[in-house]
Ligand binder design. Structure first.
Ligand SMILES: [Zn+2]
Length: 366
């Protein structure tokens, strides 16, 4: 029995669910500055999992904030979480096994996740350690705590804690990557953790949260006076975003809700009583834009994989065609990824870097 048959047998009845109920009402104004001058930046679907639904990113003509509008609510975000159906129906490992065998969605997701790379983590920690040698550090949105695991190499005497509502945090604890785990949302736990940390990191986290400003306020609460905040996030002003459009990995619809321009973030931090001590638009670049765009494009044009949210299973012939074409495209993906890596020094000097880093100090009088 092949993998497709096994998963089909273990899967409950197929269902295709509409996404209208998962969206909140559309906003008529910018969530950052309140301006009503909104312009559609792009419309797209779920390019990684190819779940049903369409999503719109709008850009404020006054402050350049870009956001998903209408936005997905909590139920919608859960529906589009990677492998969410499969965690219930098949088990997480089966999702990746099947998706990687049958398609390119998994490859695109993995390339897009390359932002979690160890060398980029180390670069961020080194950047912050130039200003402070924190005794206590909280990594927010830590997942399986890969960031603290890498950070310990640079700061072996710092106590790293992790905060996340993701069940993956348990693995981070089990592997000894964090000393203390806080399960939940920063905005809900901030008062409980007030003034407790010397450093706080949000690495590719703000764009996933429904209210980035509330997260920044919570970070200010949790940091002690003089403590440092490290933020890395996609740069919506990157030339790659304009060039690649919906195939730009960092758009990652529908999971990413907000794209905060660097100037807006720095202004907000200033108003919250921070002093921005370092800004970097080159080192946090994730060299995976071309590889991911190729994988997403192929994932779009090849016959669809056998996924639970399809109304009808694809024929054996179409599945075979998809599998063969996926393997045949591997050299192309490898070439695109190699170009990403080789061109990175040039791209980051010419406005094509896809992420920025900000380090800010919470002033004692804040
Ligand atoms: Zn605005």
């Amino acid at each position: 029995m092949d993998l497709a048959q096994q998963t089909a047998e273990r899967r409950p009845a197929r269902r295709v669910r509409g996404t209208g109920a998962r969206h909140e009402p559309r906003r008529a104004d910018c969530p950052w500055c309140g301006s009503p001058r909104l312009r559609v930046r792009l419309r797209t679907g779920d390019l990684i999992q190819r779940k049903p639904g369409s999503f719109t990113l709008e850009r404020c003509a006054d402050c350049a904030h870009t956001f998903q509008n209408p936005r997905l609510g909590a139920e919608g975000l859960d529906f589009y979480r990677l492998g969410s159906d499969d965690r219930q129906d098949l088990g997480h490992r089966d999702f990746w096994r099947r998706d990687l065998c049958h398609g390119l969605g998994g490859a695109a997701a993995l390339l897009a996740r390359a932002g979690a790379g160890r060398s980029r983590h180390l670069s961020g920690v080194r950047a912050l350690s130039r200003f402070d040698e924190p005794e206590s550090w909280l990594d927010v949105g830590t997942g399986r705590a890969r960031f603290p695991a890498a950070a310990k190499e640079v700061l072996p005497y710092t106590a790293f804690d992790g905060l996340d509502s993701d069940p993956g945090l348990a693995e981070g604890v089990r592997r000894g990557r964090v000393e203390e785990a806080h399960h939940g949302r920063l905005t809900e736990l901030a008062r409980h953790l007030a003034g407790r940390y010397d450093a706080l990191s949000m690495v590719h986290y703000l764009q996933r949260r429904p209210d980035p400003r509330a997260e920044l306020r919570a970070a200010a609460t949790v940091l002690r006076p003089g403590g440092h905040l490290l933020i890395e996030a996609p740069d919506p002003e990157s030339r790659s975003a304009r060039l690649l459009g919906k195939w730009w990995a960092s758009y990652r619809q529908p999971r990413h809700l907000h794209f905060v321009p660097l100037a807006n973030l720095c202004r907000e931090l200033d108003e919250l009583g921070f002093t921005v001590v370092d800004v970097d638009r080159r080192a946090p670049h994730v060299p995976a834009d071309l590889g991911t765009a190729c994988a997403l494009l192929l994932n779009r044009v090849l016959p669809e994989a056998d996924v639970p949210w399809r109304s009808k299973p694809p024929s054996r012939a179409r599945l075979g065609l998809r599998r063969a074409a996926s393997w045949a495209s591997a050299p192309l993906l490898a070439l695109a990824y190699a170009a990403d890596v080789l061109l990175a020094p040039l791209l980051t000097r010419t406005g094509f870097a896809n992420a920025y880093r900000v380090i800010a100090r919470k002033e004692p009088e804040a």
